[in-house]
Ligand binder design. Structure first.
Ligand code: ADP
Length: 381
């Protein structure tokens, strides 16, 4: 009688719990399924007690579970016991949901039993996806905005080769019109020469457009092995559309052991682009001074990229708010560049921060992890 009381109290307690709790025996047969579990999975306790726990798992875990449990019983080497982890669960209506599962062994019971404590984390997982999507969209809007600001530079950059094409084409038609019969044998070579120049200029215009399209096109986050030094150089090519950069020039001090990092190249390019443009903005009164971009390995095997300028620097009282969205000291600034850049770097597992440049100006630095998941280096560092 006393035992019955205790077991009823235990059942009442488990039913009052917010988290789903399921007890199984050593074969995976469900012995207890509390009210919260009924709520999450859509089954009544009577429908699942006596059945194998694998019915609550989607493929391929369903097929693997029996042999996993069997191995565990033989070896006592747990893969999940004592550790919480995110896994997938199958509801009665067929929906697969992400859950947080922690499993423990029930001690001192008459036979071996395991208890699983389960929390439905669909909302958190959805919120995480939404955050990533919002960041993607924001980053995209910001790239479009930057291109909008640079419209004059882009027009100039494309217009130059187009003007050259027109000039060479006019020259060709003049050559043909004015060609004297005794010079006709020279005409072909002259025309060929001009046509090659036309071709080169048309390719140049196409190249500018291709670079821009690559930068502004909407893309879903995708990581690929990228040489960070090459990315710096490509970004400079792109940034030169802002013709002010040509006045300053850029000094490169890049590691001669460039890592191949697993990154979203367009996003990291966006960060570099923002930092370079901010550096240019801050050096308006110093048109002849160069911007320096460095890449190096830190002792902790991180790759660190810094953009150094000799501009106005950041006033002490603004340093704390520098990375806040909409913080700007520029008349036509949006104040989103650093906020977006920071969130991009953080999503890559790195950091972005400001340092005072003691010889005047600012240094913005970011790190990217170079662990095996993210990087392959030339010498396998
Ligand atoms: P925006 O460029 O639109 O203002 P950002 O988020 O890129 O937006 O920059 C926010 C502010 O940080 C800038 O308005 C400026 O005050 C400051 N800042 C950023 N980079 C630099 C820099 N290299 N030198 C001085 N100030 C900077």
């Amino acid at each position: 009688m006393k035992n019955n009381d205790a077991s009823e109290r235990l059942t009442a307690l488990l039913d009052a719990a917010v988290d789903a709790m399921i007890i199984i025996d050593h074969r995976g047969i469900i012995e207890l399924f509390n009210t919260a579990a009924e709520r999450i999975f859509g089954y009544l306790s009577d429908e699942v007690v006596g059945q194998n726990i694998s019915m609550l798992m989607p493929s391929p875990y369903r097929q693997e579970h029996d042999s996993y449990l069997h191995n565990f019983m033989q070896t006592n080497q747990p893969r999940i016991i004592g550790i919480g982890r995110e896994v997938k669960a199958l509801k009665k209506d067929g929906e697969v949901i992400p859950i947080d599962l922690s499993v423990g062994e029930v001690k001192n019971s008459s036979h071996r039993q395991f208890v699983g404590i389960i929390r439905d984390i669909s909302e958190q997982v959805q919120a995480r996806k939404d955050t990533i999507e919002i960041r993607e969209r924001l980053a995209h809007v910001s790239r479009l905005n930057t291109m909008g600001e640079m419209a004059a530079g882009i027009a100039h950059e494309v217009n130059q080769p187009l003007t050259a094409v027109a000039v060479y084409a006019q020259a060709c038609s003049r050559m043909i019109t004015n060609c004297k019969p005794e010079e006709a044998h020279l005409l072909n070579d002259k025309l060929l020469n001009s046509l090659e120049k036309i071709n080169a200029q048309a390719l140049r215009a196409g190249d500018v457009i291709m670079r821009l399209r690559g930068y502004v096109k909407k893309h879903t986050a995708s990581r690929e092995l990228t040489d960070i030094n090459q990315l710096v150089k490509d970004t400079i090519n792109l940034a030169q559309i802002d013709t002010r950069l040509l006045d300053h020039g850029i000094t490169l001090e890049l590691t001669d052991n460039p890592p191949q990092l697993m990154i979203d190249a367009v996003q990291i390019q966006q960060v570099l682009f923002n930092l370079i443009r901010n550096a240019i903005d801050s050096m308006q009164d110093k048109p002849n001074e160069a911007i320096t971009i460095r890449s190096r390995w830190t002792e902790k095997k991180l790759i660190e990229v810094s953009v150094v300028d000799t501009g106005t620097g950041v006033d002490e009282e603004n340093r704390a708010t520098l990375f806040n969205p909409f913080f700007t000291t520029k008349e036509s600034g949006m104040g989103m560049g650093l906020a977006i850049s920071q969130s991009i770097i953080q999503s890559h597992g790195g950091h972005l921060w400001y340092q005072n440049n003691h010889s005047n100006g600012s240094i913005f630095l970011f790190t990217l992890p170079s662990n095996n998941d993210l990087a392959i280096t030339n010498d396998g560092q």
